[in-house]
Design a protein around this ligand. Structure first.
Ligand code: SF4
Length: 381
């Protein structure tokens, strides 16, 4: 039996960023306490792990898990360790934001066994950070990074963003250089997506259309400009010793995120907390996203579904292709017991167009395929 992963969602943030459509919001102390209590109950009640089953990755994400008191995070981890068999070498990650960690918090995280920390840096340019509505400034990133090192964190990730309004390739290069200068073990690079319901949606939605129609609005980098930033970023990261292992993720050797790999490899994971998703073989469900219901209802599991073998296979190919390693379709066919012949035509076409390449028995996205991933997915059956 393979080890499972556990995800714990902490939805609280100091304030809402202008681009954010994650399940996150500011909250008072009373709600934070009630939430921790419900989370502890959910973990204790949950048939988290069947007898003998082990967990080798825990990811505390958000929101901003560094917003609640560290004591709450410690209690959550203690409960997980009571409910499950956590392996001695488990990767235990927490997401944190600059401006919300203290030396004391970091020390408590380490004492509780957290061995990986992921900082939402996003940019090292203060104007960009302000525009994004982040609570931190560039200097805070270096400060919390150094504090995490002093606390003993030997595995640190920095999240960065491209495609920001007004972002030039020079500003992006500076951000990248400053991130590399801190020498984290892992760097994630995400493209800004203008999501409905965010403050950015009101400001920037349709900016491309306006530009295309000859308007003067050039608030967002064009698709091509952004693509070049991502490509240049990948080259710069490779020069600095960070190998790309997934579309948005780069790591020093041996520091690939074990927990996130479970998502892309379609391995089992359990999610606890508001809106958290779980996937156990062909069964999956998602907790309610309604806080009142989460706190008060007995049964909080929604959207239960059992995937067919064909659906599992399709998902395994789609997710696995995000990894540089790619997928062995024949192996997946055997694993899921579904017929993969319907993918042959698509695979051949993408190989011909140079968007997929062969890596031994595997097929994987080529460099150009990664740049044009949306096109590749659009042709996917
Ligand atoms: S800190 Fe992250 S989760 Fe919180 S509002 Fe900002 S982007 Fe969203």
């Amino acid at each position: 039996m393979k080890n499972k992963g556990i995800y714990v969602h902490i939805p609280f943030c100091v304030r809402k960023c202008a681009y954010c459509d994650f399940l996150s919001f500011p909250a008072g102390d009373e709600l934070k306490k009630a939430y921790t209590g419900r989370l502890l109950k959910e973990i204790a009640d949950g048939s988290a792990v069947s007898e003998g089953q082990t967990v080798d990755s825990i990811f505390i994400g958000g929101g901003t898990p560094s917003v609640p008191e560290a004591a709450d995070i410690v209690r959550i981890l203690e409960q997980i360790k009571k409910s499950c068999i956590v392996t001695a070498d488990a990767e235990i990650s927490i997401e944190a934001n600059p401006g919300t960690v203290t030396e004391e918090k970091l020390a408590l995280y380490r004492e509780a066994g957290i061995n990986r920390i992921s900082f939402g840096a996003q940019s090292f340019n203060d104007d960009e950070l302000k525009l994004l509505g982040r609570i931190h400034r560039s200097g805070d990133i270096s400060e919390c990074f150094e504090a995490a090192r002093r606390a003993g964190f030997e595995n640190i990730n920095l999240d960065l963003m491209t495609g920001l309004p007004g972002q030039t390739k020079e500003v992006w290069s500076e951000t990248l250089d400053k991130a590399i200068g801190l020498s984290p073990e892992h760097i994630s690079v995400y493209s800004l997506i203008i999501e409905e319901g965010t403050a950015f949606y009101g400001r920037y939605h349709g900016a491309d259309d306006i530009r295309a129609k000859g308007g003067t609005q050039s608030l967002l980098p064009s698709e091509e400009e952004e693509r070049l930033m991502v490509v240049r970023g990948a080259e710069r990261l490779a020069e600095a010793g960070y190998a790309q292992y997934e579309i948005s993720n780069y790591a020093r050797e041996g520091y690939e995120c074990r927990h996130n790999l479970k998502y892309w490899l379609r391995e089992d994971y359990l999610g606890f907390g508001l809106g958290a998703a779980s996937c156990l073989g062909n069964f999956r469900y998602k907790n309610t996203s309604d806080m009142k219901e989460y706190l008060e209802a007995e049964d909080i599991r929604k959207d239960r579904e059992y995937l067919t073998a064909e659906e599992e296979l399709s998902e395994a190919i789609f997710l696995g292709l995000r990894l540089n390693l790619g997928v062995d379709i024949k192996e997946l066919e055997k694993e899921y017991g579904a017929d993969a012949s319907c993918y042959l035509e698509w695979t051949e076409k993408m190989l011909d167009e140079g968007l997929l390449i062969k890596k031994g028995e595997n097929i994987a996205l080529s460099g150009r395929g990664r740049d044009l991933a949306n096109y590749v997915w659009s042709g996917y059956v």
